[in-house]
Design a protein around this ligand. Structure first.
Ligand SMILES: O=C(O)CC1=CCC(=O)O1
Length: 259
């Protein structure tokens, strides 16, 4: 396993319970900005960039979700953070789910937003990795963004969409491709029952990347999980329906986690 040093940022009171926020493929820690004012009132919020994304350095070679989990645990260890709540969007959620199966002792609670136990066929991810390695991010970004927001939102909120598109354009192709390789090898379907942390699953009604069935499968497979289905949002529901997602997260972090 290789470990990367992750770019990260803290918000909120130093003595509050810690929640770590994991971003989705191709984005940066700023994708959580809408959640920070509320979450950081009573939590110490630690956000990070995935390896090879934003200001985190890439690690050459094929990545696995286990590697991405190792990065987060190493980051937490470097601050002496033993136990924490973890919330992630999409690939960021997969990092939390994998942690829930393999490192349950670290988690007080878990939130998986627009995530999945398996993100489609491995071959699709290998092809996507090859495409960005050969052609860069530009073309792919213009396609992918249409799965992240509904057409109405793209029309109504061009500045918000542009900001996320710029993250995708700026994502180093090798960092992005490495995380596509990690997604290709990721399949937690048979292991969801091992997750013991109190878990909230958030799905979005109009998410074409991880359709609602993925959220329902997660909630059905994780013992005691709560499912919240968010209306009128595509894949980046925490941005498109920031209020609904933030309040579901806060309710879980306040009442649902185990100290
Ligand atoms: O970018 C996509 O197509 C959807 C996605 C899968 C994993 C992730 O983080 O985003």
């Amino acid at each position: 396993m290789t470990i990367a040093t992750l770019n990260h940022r803290f918000d909120g009171p130093a003595d509050a319970p810690v929640v770590i926020l994991g971003p989705s493929l191709g984005t940066e820690l700023g994708m959580w900005d809408a959640q920070i004012p509320e979450l950081s009132r009573n939590h110490r919020v630690l956000r990070y960039d995935l390896r090879g994304h934003g200001r985190s350095h890439p690690v050459p070679g094929t990545d696995s979700v286990a590697d991405l989990v190792g990065d987060v645990l190493t980051l937490a260890d470097s601050y002496g953070i033993g136990r924490f709540a973890y919330a992630g969007v999409s690939l960021g959620g997969a990092v939390g789910l994998w942690m829930g199966v393999h490192h349950p002792e670290r988690l007080t609670g878990l939130i998986a937003c627009c995530s999945s136990a398996r993100f489609g066929e491995p071959e699709g991810w290998r092809e996507r990795a090859a495409t960005v390695r050969a052609q860069g991010m530009r073309q792919l970004a213009d396609t992918v963004i249409r799965r992240w927001f509904t057409p109405e939102y793209i029309e109504r909120e061009p500045a918000a969409v542009r900001r996320i598109l710029e993250m995708l354009y700026a994502c180093p192709p090798e960092g992005y491709a490495g995380c596509c390789d990690a997604l290709a090898g990721y399949d937690l379907r048979a292991e969801l029952g091992r997750i013991g942390a109190p878990t909230l699953v958030i799905g979005a009604e109009r998410d074409p990347s991880t359709p609602l069935e993925h959220a329902r499968e997660l909630a059905a497979g994780i013992p005691g999980a709560t499912l919240v289905e968010v209306a009128d949002a595509a894949h980046l529901a925490n941005i498109q329906q920031a209020e609904a997602v933030t309040s579901a997260m806060l309710a879980h972090l306040t009442a649902g986690v185990r100290g």
